[in-house]
Design a protein around this ligand. Structure first.
Ligand SMILES: CC(C)(COP(=O)(O)OP(=O)(O)OC[C@H]1O[C@@H](n2cnc3c(N)ncnc32)[C@H](O)[C@@H]1OP(=O)(O)O)[C@@H](O)C(=O)NCCC(=O)NCCS
Length: 269
């Protein structure tokens, strides 16, 4: 075990074997740290559990895509909220923030400036390219790719193998092409079936359902069930498949439905 003397460690913290804790790390009370965990530039809230072989506060390498191992960029610490569980082999970069009672599963990778809310789950081997925002009570299943600069609002469900894109045109190795990095926005309560993908800048409207293997390339109206390549509307989401009314009221500021939906007559289609 190698614990830097300048690390601040709360009471009742448990350490596994081979743990490395670097300078400036702050650890709250009753944190459980598994075997071979490395804590670099991070603050860990009370009651957090970090399982074996995880790394938190990993530094961003400089040089971008140039393959030059020329150093690391120092950013603000990663912050892990109280009661969050980090499962074996997770890799969390510095400047990531995770709220309370969230769950980061086996071998997930969260790159810099990923912001995750409370009670949210990131599935096994899923990755976030960073500079994105993921809300509260979100369930992201296994092997999902979250591109940079996207937003996932509260109570979204994303099934395995879903993919989100942010570069259109792609422009790889073509410096004459400007590639704006603009990820999609996935609104409150959306549910996405396995293997669906969403293209850059697309807004998937409130409580929409995206069928498996659908490619969404245009904005989706709230409460639409979409399927196919390219995505077409099948129907309107059935009332019994919607979010519970009390949660909707909270989110839609007292209203049963998302803004603009009643006026557009979406629910009658
Ligand atoms: C999309 C879904 C919600 C629609 O369910 P449903 O309302 O019961 O609708 P149906 O299954 O009756 O399908 C309605 C039509 O859409 C078509 N359809 C359904 N899923 C489709 C898909 N992924 N791609 C293309 N068309 C699809 C059906 O063929 C059917 O067409 P038809 O009327 O011409 O026969 C459901 O099929 C589904 O796939 N759920 C998600 C499964 C999933 O990924 N779960 C994740 C668990 S981890």
């Amino acid at each position: 075990m190698a614990i830097n003397p300048n690390a601040k460690i709360g009471s009742g913290v448990e350490f596994g074997e081979g743990v490395i804790i670097e300078e400036g790390v702050e650890i709250g009370d009753k944190v459980q740290i598994g075997n071979r965990v490395t804590l670099r530039n991070c603050r860990i809230g009370s009651g957090v559990r970090i399982e074996d072989n995880s790394i938190i506060g990993y530094a961003t390498r400089t040089g971008g895509f140039s393959h030059k191992l020329d150093g690391y960029t120092q950013r603000e610490p990663a912050i892990i909220g109280e009661g969050t569980l980090i499962r074996t082999g997770a890799l969390i970069y510095q400047s990531v923030t995770i709220g309370k009672n969230s769950w980061i599963n086996h071998s997930a990778v969260l790159r810099e400036h990923t912001r995750i809310g409370d009670h949210t789950c990131i599935g096994t081997m899923s990755d976030s390219e960073g500079y994105n925002t993921i809300g509260n009570h979100v369930l992201i299943h296994s092997q999902v790719h979250l591109c940079a600069r996207m937003t996932v609002e509260d109570y979204v469900f994303i099934a395995p193998f879903c993919v989100f894109a942010n570069g259109n045109p792609m422009g790889y190795a073509r410096p004459h092409i400007e590639v704006p990095e603009e990820g999609p926005i996935i609104r409150f309560g959306v549910q996405m079936g396995v293997n669906a993908s969403v293209m850059p800048r697309v807004v998937v409207g409130y409580e929409a359902i995206i069928a498996p293997s659908t490619v969404v390339h245009k904005d989706v109206a709230p409460l639409s069930v979409m399927a196919g390549v390219p995505a077409r509307k099948l129907k309107t989401v059935a009332p019994e498949l919607r979010m519970p009314l009390n949660v909707r009221h909270q989110y839609y500021q007292g209203s049963d439905d998302p803004p603009g939906v009643a006026e557009a007559g979406v629910l009658k289609k």
